[in-house]
Design a protein around this ligand. Structure first.
Ligand code: DGL
Length: 283
């Protein structure tokens, strides 16, 4: 058993979709969340800048909050750097859990992933889905799997979506017009399942769902990541003892903390009572 907190970060509000799933699934765990709203968006920035931000936040979580594990609740950051290879504690990203959920959910095998320019350009989902297909095919060969491993993947970047969410705009004509344009490639590909490969996008699920049509299943990586985190904590023997009561939830923002508290509470729920300021050196 390990009573230290889970550390989690994103460029801003998007990772709160993952935080929500983790709070619901693992109520006994303490959580420290950093939203780097002072430097968002990550999706349009060079990979090496995003990698530097991710390293800085991860070290802050370890040095200041003594976290036992880090959840990179940002596809763009997870695509830019493999923190698991660099840090002395376990690290979990959202890409592999998302790819797993996508491959499990499809019936036709025609699937799509949408994400930031950084995520889609990095090829991380193309690789993760191919790895997952290989894993499922391996399971099948040994009689274990049931999913159809014959997958045709179409990816589309959706620049602009994140900015709407950060401004608290999640419905309306402006975003619908943008969504119609950006989602055209995945609509034309007739996908039956679409993975929201940016943790901000579940907040736009209503608009995305309307544009894609009710036949298309939208998949988010949040729940699958929470399940993966539970397995990681259990397997490593570092879960917090539920007998010690409900965990605490700490939220930090590198931008406007009043805005983070107001919008964050609307998006996440009542656990977000206050947002603490955090400062990072550099651009
Ligand atoms: N939530 C981040 C992700 O999953 C958004 C990145 C951004 O700030 O552009 O990729």
């Amino acid at each position: 058993m390990d009573g230290r907190p889970i550390g989690m970060f994103d460029s801003g509000f998007g990772g709160l979709t993952v935080a929500r799933a983790v709070i619901d699934l693992l109520p006994a765990e303490h959580l420290v969340y950093v939203g780097d709203t002072g430097r968002y968006p990550y999706g349009s920035k060079p990979q090496h800048d995003v990698a530097a931000y991710a390293r800085q936040i991860a070290h802050h979580l370890i040095d200041t909050h003594d976290v036992k594990v880090i959840v990179v609740a940002c596809n763009t950051a997870a695509s830019a750097v493999d923190l698991a290879a660099e840090l002395p504690i376990p690290v979990l990203g959202v890409i592999e859990p998302g790819a797993r959920a996508l491959v499990q959910a499809t019936r036709s095998g025609q699937v799509g992933v949408i994400g930031t320019v950084g995520t889609i350009g990095s090829g991380s989902y193309q690789r993760a889905v191919a790895d997952e297909v290989e894993r499922v095919a391996g399971d099948r060969a040994t009689g274990g799997g049931s999913a159809d491993p014959d997958i045709d993947l179409v990816c589309a970047a959706c620049p602009g979506f994140v900015e709407f969410v950060e401004r608290g705009v999640v419905t309306g004509d402006e975003i619908t017009v943008l969504a119609e344009r950006l989602l055209a490639p995945v609509r034309e590909a007739k996908v039956d399942t679409l993975l929201l490969g940016c943790t901000h996008y579940p907040y736009l699920a209503r608009v995305i769902g309307d544009v894609m049509g009710s036949d298309v299943v939208l998949v988010s990586s949040a729940d699958e990541t929470a399940f993966a985190l539970r397995s990681l904590l259990t397997d490593a023997g570092i879960a917090r003892d539920p007998a010690d009561g409900t965990g605490t939830h700490t939220f930090c923002s590198s931008g406007d903390v009043d805005w983070f508290r107001a919008l964050g509470r609307r998006l996440l729920g009542p656990e977000l009572v206050e947002a603490r300021p955090v400062t990072f050196e550099g651009p």
